[in-house]
Design a protein around this ligand. Structure first.
Ligand SMILES: [Mn+2]
Length: 433
């Protein structure tokens, strides 16, 4: 069994924390994500439904978790349904958890074959007034394709129209916001791998290298450290490509004299990390590049101090805007007079810093939590100011993953961030990292 799967107490306690949030006589059902068809007979790499993972630790397709806390039969209060693992199935579909393993990872005592779900459901629904179902909810994103969760909701509502249906997502997003020691440990580990990959890039980047060659160095360090996946598609953007916020093409040449913006993160044991750094391709910042970089760096150092209890992403963003605007004036991008004439607040600044300052990080790199959530100790977020000057074909972003605390904790504080330190590290070309 993988090291990261030996965390039964964590998943047991997550389920325990959910119970007081549920109505009496309730049934909660979570379904694993679909395997997404790629082409021919292939699938895209499988990614578990984060909420199902959070409550069970089971990271494989075709899994259902049922929680029915007041069921008269104690054996039916928590049930995991999984695919069978007969020798024939293993030969055809690869290894899946046995009943014993699924029990040992999740702490759920009753593990049934998934074929028994519909039959068992009859008994569960008989003893429930309320049914909680999990549908992905994100204020910035809506799914066009039908996901398994939505299909199941439609089926259940047709079969059992007289139950009261509830949204599980808000309850779980509330639980997932503050990270437990187990989660912090996983995020820390993901950040350590990400940090190693950044040090590796410092060691190899040179003029005329292809962006995808740099990406390959990141992937090499990730895979040899046992990541689950990239937390998101890595961005390796040289020169003007840095002004495309979600540039993932990574097929251009890193030119002598250009800056290279890197934004990537390892996912370890299903938990994400997120890092951005901007480095000079030839190892030395030009005077203008240093000017732009330092402006972003000052805002970054200031912004990091704002991730304290009582703040929110919206409040941090506002303070960062106040700090960013004069920096852009001193870079000569617009004048104080222009600011007085602008039609809406920070309109000029938003031309050069057009994204938010932070997002929550956890099981998902853009994790649960909205921009007005009040920070509490133990929440984990990115901090990522950027300055993008399309007319100069240059973009700088500096980002880390940090934990809210009275003194915010930076998971990657050991990495070079000042221009001098980056130049020094690139000169040293360290052999051991
Ligand atoms: Mn980010």
């Amino acid at each position: 069994m993988k090291e990261e799967n030996k965390s039964q107490a964590f998943f047991v306690s997550n389920r325990k924390r959910l119970l007081p949030l549920l109505e009496e006589q309730s049934l909660t059902l979570l379904f694993s994500n679909d395997e997404m068809p790629r082409t021919g007979d292939q699938y895209f790499p499988f990614r578990q439904n984060s909420n199902l993972f959070y409550l069970s630790g089971i990271d494989q397709p075709n899994v259902i978790l049922a929680i029915c806390p007041q069921h008269p039969n104690p054996a039916l209060r928590e049930i995991l349904f999984i695919e069978p693992n007969t020798p024939e199935d293993v030969i055809r579909n690869g290894y899946k958890y046995t009943k014993e393993e699924a029990n040992s990872i999740s702490g759920v005592e009753t593990v049934y074959p998934i074929a028994d779900f519909e039959r068992t459901l009859l008994s569960l629904t008989c003893h429930a007034q309320h049914i909680y179902l999990d549908l992905p909810e994100n204020p910035r994103y809506s799914y066009e394709i039908e996901c398994r969760q939505r299909r199941r909701i439609n089926q259940l509502k047709a079969l059992y129209p007289l139950h009261n249906y509830h949204r599980l997502y808000p309850l779980l997003s509330c639980l997932r916001l503050i990270k437990s020691p187990e989660e912090l440990h996983r995020i820390q580990h993901a950040c350590e791998i990400t940090a190693k990959a950044f040090k590796r890039t410092l060691n190899v980047v040179r003029p005329s290298m292809m962006e995808y060659e740099v990406e390959a160095e990141i992937a090499h360090e990730f895979i040899r450290n046992g990541i689950t996946a990239h937390a998101f598609a890595p961005i390796v953007a040289s020169g003007k490509n840095a002004c495309v916020l979600h540039y993932t093409n990574n097929r251009a040449v890193c030119k002598n004299g250009d800056l290279l913006l890197l934004d990537f993160g390892a996912e370890y044991a299903n938990y994400a990390s997120d890092l951005s750094r901007t480095i000079p391709v030839n190892g030395t910042f030009s005077q203008r590049q240093r000017q732009i970089y330092n402006a972003c760096y000052r805002v970054y150092e200031y912004a990091k101090t704002l991730f304290v209890p009582g703040m929110s992403i919206n409040k941090v963003y506002k303070k960062v805007c106040e700090a960013m605007q004069p920096e852009l004036v001193s870079l000569g991008l617009f004048t104080q007079k222009d600011i007085e004439k602008q039609t809406s607040e920070y309109a000029l600044m938003k031309k050069y810093f057009m994204h938010n300052i932070a997002h929550f990080i956890g099981l998902d790199v853009h994790d649960v939590g909205t921009t007005d959530i009040v920070f509490e100790e133990g929440m984990v977020l990115s901090c990522e100011p950027g300055i993008y000057i399309a007319e100069e074909e240059t973009g700088v972003r500096i980002e880390t993953t940090l934990m809210v605390s009275s003194v915010p904790f930076d998971f990657m504080s050991n990495l070079p961030v000042s221009p001098d330190d980056i130049e020094l590290m690139m000169r040293l070309k360290l052999e051991n990292f």
